[in-house]
Design a protein around this ligand. Structure first.
Ligand code: FE
Length: 337
């Protein structure tokens, strides 16, 4: 009798544990995301098990494990990385419930959905360049011979750069982009190197006149979390949001999708809905300095000061993924190391 009861109890706990779990693969690396996942656990009773690694590593593991994978949600930075996982048939379609409907159609497709936004913009040094010289700046202007040996940017293997170039191809076509790239590489102030923050540092030091970097790295530097020196450097530069009098500034997302072999698909759907709540958006953005993807989300002032600009909503971010290989080829051909 006791044995039967024990078996029943253990069966109950085993199944309960099973249905109340969520296995999350994420390339995000912010300690405060853990607070967010605890909140989800508190609210729903669903335990979040986290695996954190670079997107390519997560993708490979999912491919290796195939149908045996226990992972439910894949949460990655850059639409190109999401597209890559989609192409490998790792996702299943999500349900477009109310909170998911609120996300603009240019920031999602049927397999994955944007959770936060970031913009890839230009930074200049106001002690070297007058604001009037740059106020109507566009990405197209980056190839102007006026900026010869002036631009700091990272290497062509960087996915953010590939997405940016993919967006130029999408808007202006391959021929234009080829010519644009050939001139752009002549405008590099140095051999592309380092991360996004390194480009801002180069402008702050006066080594380069313009830097290309994502908005959240600038806010991160200003926050002081990367040390006093980086904070001081960030205070020396100013952001310019390109193409404000045209199509708008290039934006990208970090986003998530439900995995095809997910054993807890309902929990996965719930988790994505939770990420799109105001509370979750505040926490996500205050840790990463990205922009919230829904309206009227309270965030800290480093984000608020940056977030009012015209975004390029004319192309779907999934087109970055589609054109990334083409973009990379053209970048290499132009001599972008
Ligand atoms: Fe980043």
């Amino acid at each position: 009798m006791h044995v039967v009861l024990l078996v029943l109890i253990s069966l109950f706990f085993c199944c309960k544990a099973y249905t109340n779990e969520l296995n999350l693969f994420t390339s995000r690396h912010y300690p405060s995301d853990l607070i967010l996942f605890e909140k989800f656990e508190e609210k729903t009773g669903i335990k979040v098990n986290l695996i954190n690694a670079k997107s390519k590593v997560l993708e490979k593991r999912l491919l290796d494990e195939g149908a045996k994978s226990k992972c439910d949600v894949l949460f990655l930075a850059d639409a190109g990385a999401l597209y890559s996982a989609e192409k490998k048939k790792l996702f299943t379609k999500y349900n477009e419930t109310r909170p998911l409907k609120l996300i603009p159609s240019s920031l999602k497709n049927e397999y994955w959905i944007g959770v936060t936004k970031r913009a890839r913009i230009v930074f200049y040094n106001p002690s070297l360049i007058d604001y009037n010289e740059i106020k109507n700046f566009s990405y197209e202007d980056l190839s102007n011979s006026k900026w010869r040996k002036s631009i700091a940017i990272r290497q062509s293997n960087n996915i953010y750069n590939q997405s940016l170039v993919a967006s130029i191809i999408e808007h202006k076509g391959e021929n234009f982009t080829k010519k644009w790239l050939n001139k752009l590489v002549k405008n590099f102030s140095r051999k592309p190197q380092g991360n996004d923050r390194a480009q801002i540092l180069s402008v702050a030091a006066g080594e380069s006149k313009l830097a290309i970097a994502n908005t959240y790295y600038y806010a991160l530097m200003l926050s002081g979390k990367k040390g006093e020196e980086q904070k001081k450097a960030a205070l020396k530069v100013k952001p310019i949001f390109p193409n404000q009098d045209g199509r708008g500034t290039h934006i990208n997302i970090s986003g998530a999708g439900i995995l095809k072999f997910s054993p807890n698909k309902k929990n996965a759907q719930k988790f994505i809905e939770f990420l799109l709540t105001k509370d979750a958006q505040t926490l996500l953005c205050n840790s990463s300095f990205e922009f919230p993807i829904i309206e009227n989300v309270p965030t800290n002032k480093l984000i608020n000061n940056l977030k009012n600009f015209k975004e390029d909503i004319f192309i779907n971010v999934s087109s970055y993924g589609k054109r990334q290989a083409q973009a990379f080829k053209l970048m290499k051909k132009a001599g972008w190391n």
